[in-house]
Structures are given as structure tokens and as C-alpha cells.
Design a protein around this ligand. Sequence first.
Ligand SMILES: *[C@@H]1O[C@H](CO)[C@@H](O)[C@H](O)[C@H]1NC(C)=O
Ligand SMILES: *[C@@H]1O[C@H](CO)[C@@H](O)[C@H](O)[C@H]1NC(C)=O
Length: 169
Amino acid sequence: MQLTSVLTTLTLLTLLSTTLGIPLTPRDVPKVTIKNHCQTTIYLTSIARERHNNATIPASSSYSEALYYDGITGTSLQITTTPSGLDHGGPILNAAYTFNKPANSTYYSLSTVDGRGYAFEGQLVLFYADRDTKGVILWEPGKERSTSTRAFLGGETDLVLDVCAMRTL
Ligand SMILES: *[C@@H]1O[C@H](CO)[C@@H](O)[C@H](O)[C@H]1NC(C)=O
Ligand SMILES: *[C@@H]1O[C@H](CO)[C@@H](O)[C@H](O)[C@H]1NC(C)=O
């Protein structure tokens, strides 16, 4: 085989594997969408057993990623108001989820990290399963916040975290 055709084959294989890689996150995989209705950029670090994605979510925009699980404690979406806020002591809003297979249920919860404050005082924050808007976790301005967990009993579902939401559902 000539060198050029070897290279062509390799290129083709690379292209194929790139293409074949796509079904790992097919369209029907449930996703979580983070809506940033704040007037400032927020930052996401998505963590399960280890750190996964980092995302910068500018004001008035949203970001989605497929739900994933690689540990036994579920997955945590850690929201900060500064880049690398996780590593620099700023407030962390923690939206976590897990899927309980025997119960065929999705659990989701909202919390802060002790001792690191809260960055969304005076704002509305919602975390919910988009197929069950009655189970919304609602943190309202001026009301006490506490770690809240809800279950969606209908299998897997898309989730939505709306930070500085305009209104309740
Ligand atoms: C996300 O950012 C953290 C801190 O800067 C870094 O350690 C980590 O490798 C980043 N993860 C990815 C997937 O880029
Ligand atoms: C889980 O619940 C969904 C929604 O009700 C249903 O379609 C699915 O079949 C259930 N899966 C199992 C394994 O029971």
C-alpha cells in the first residue's frame, strides 16, 4: 500500500470514528438545561465522580448537556458567578440529580455549599423536571432557603435549572 492511501484510510477511519461517536449522545438522551436570566454571566462545572464539563453561560442565554451518571452519588451542576469559582472560595449553587433504576425515578435537589454564601439573593431560582412542573423546587427572594429534594416518579426526564427566573411556573 502506498503511503498516500494509508493516510487516506487513516483519515477515513478518523472521520468514521468521529461520526460513529455521535450516537453516544443520541437526541433522546434526557438533558439538563441551565437558563441564565441574570444580568451577569454564570459559570458551570459539572461533576460526577470527577469533573466533566465547564461552561460559561452569558446573561440571557442557556446551556444544555446530556444527563450522565458515573458515580453512585449522582451528578452535580455547580454554578458560580466567577470563572473557576469552585476553586476560589466563592458561593456555589449546587443543582444535583440522580436516577434510581429500581424505582425508575429521577431525584433532583438544590442546595448551597456551607460557608460559601449565596450569590442569587433577591432572585428567583427554579429547578424542575420539565414533565412535572408541579414538583418544582422554588427558591424565592426573601424566603428561607433549605436544601430541597424532589423525585420524578416517571422514569428519566429532562431537567431545567432557571437562575434569576422571571416568574414561577
Ligand atoms: C474545568 O475547569 C477546571 C478548573 O479550571 C479544570 O481543572 C478542569 O480540567 C476543567 N474541565 C474540563 C473538562 O475542561
Ligand atoms: C419507567 O417509567 C416510564 C414512564 O412511566 C416508562 O415508560 C418506562 O417503561 C418505565 N421503565 C421501567 C423499567 O419500568
